[in-house]
Write a protein that binds this ligand. Structure first.
Ligand SMILES: Cc1ncc(C[n+]2csc(CCOP(=O)(O)OP(=O)(O)O)c2C)c(N)n1
Ligand code: SF4
Length: 272
């Protein structure tokens, strides 16, 4: 049965800016299905982004949306959640926005464990500005700023989130479209800071430079290079060599920040 995405879309904002074959639209549809599954109301849900192709996503959705400054989605979203803790707050953006210019904000949002969900679309590149390398560009890959191969090691964004204190971390891919909504729905339902990294594709500025002949090749790469975390349990180290794990990678219960902050305010008021 066809899914009714239109009830969540702002028709006046279409057509979208994304290139044919870009994975960001697949993620947007997954997010819509997750929001629908969780039954979130439009007026009680804020979707916040920074700048970039991925960060254009909230503009197309009929919720309370904020398109902010580059790398500052976490800062604005934190402000929304602190003032209106009853709101559902979802952050979206790219690997460049979230882990380069916004890296500091990202790790501190993870550390605080504010009840929000951050969806990072990791296409390994700065798509919007023509393909400069990002902290997620693998060593040796080509970008407009590394035409002879990137000498830097890349962040593992999911591991970075776990190390910084996020209490729910999952990874999916744009190829596995029908898992994206399930991962995001579980992240939304988790109480605390949840991160969903979606391995995505940018055929225009990354694929062409890195010898992917078509979007299908890029999608096949996402399929072949990843293994569900449950399947990995039965695989040998040799079989897992070069594979990236997908699914729910980490989950823990910890005190939530806005609730702890409310207790501090109550203590301060009682002390007056
Ligand atoms: C302060 C500031 N610095 C740089 C830019 C230019 N800029 C716009 S989008 C972008 C990169 C976005 O890359 P990413 O977040 O990975 O998203 P993608 O476009 O790949 O989806 C950059 C560097 C900007 N808008 N503001
Ligand atoms: S430049 Fe890349 S990330 Fe941006 S819309 Fe095109 S394919 Fe997507």
């Amino acid at each position: 049965m066809a899914y009714d995405y239109e009830k969540y879309i702002r028709p006046g904002k279409l057509p979208h800016i994304w290139c044919p074959g870009c994975g960001h639209g697949i993620v947007m549809k997954g997010l819509i299905r997750a929001i629908d599954t969780c039954g979130l109301k439009k007026e009680e849900t804020a979707i916040v982004s920074g700048i970039g192709c991925a960060s254009r996503l909230p503009g197309y959705l009929d919720f309370c949306t904020l398109h902010t400054a580059h790398g500052r989605a976490a800062a604005f979203a934190t402000g929304v959640k602190m003032v209106r803790p009853e709101m559902n707050v979802i952050l979206v953006g790219g690997d460049g926005d979230g882990t380069a210019i916004g890296g500091n904000h990202f790790i501190h949002a993870c550390r605080r464990n504010i009840d929000m969900t951050y969806i990072i679309m990791n296409n390994k590149i700065y798509g919007m500005t023509g393909g400069q390398f990002s902290p997620a560009t693998p060593t040796g890959d080509k970008a407009s700023t590394t035409p002879y191969g990137n000498p830097d090691p890349a962040f593992d964004i999911a591991k970075l989130a776990i190390g910084a204190g996020a209490t729910f971390v999952a990874r999916g891919t744009a190829f596995h479209a029908n898992q994206i909504d399930k991962l995001i729905a579980e992240a939304i339902q988790h109480k605390g800071f949840s991160v969903v990294e979606i391995l995505d594709d940018c055929p225009t500025t990354y694929g062409r430079r890195n010898k992917f002949k078509s979007v299908i090749e890029m999608m096949n790469y996402l399929k072949e290079s990843t293994v569900p975390v449950k399947a990995a349990e039965k695989m040998s180290p040799e079989q897992l060599k070069g594979k990236v794990l997908t699914g729910v990678l980490y989950k823990e219960d910890k005190p939530e920040y806005t609730e702890e902050y409310a207790k501090v305010i109550a203590r301060a008021q009682a002390a007056k």
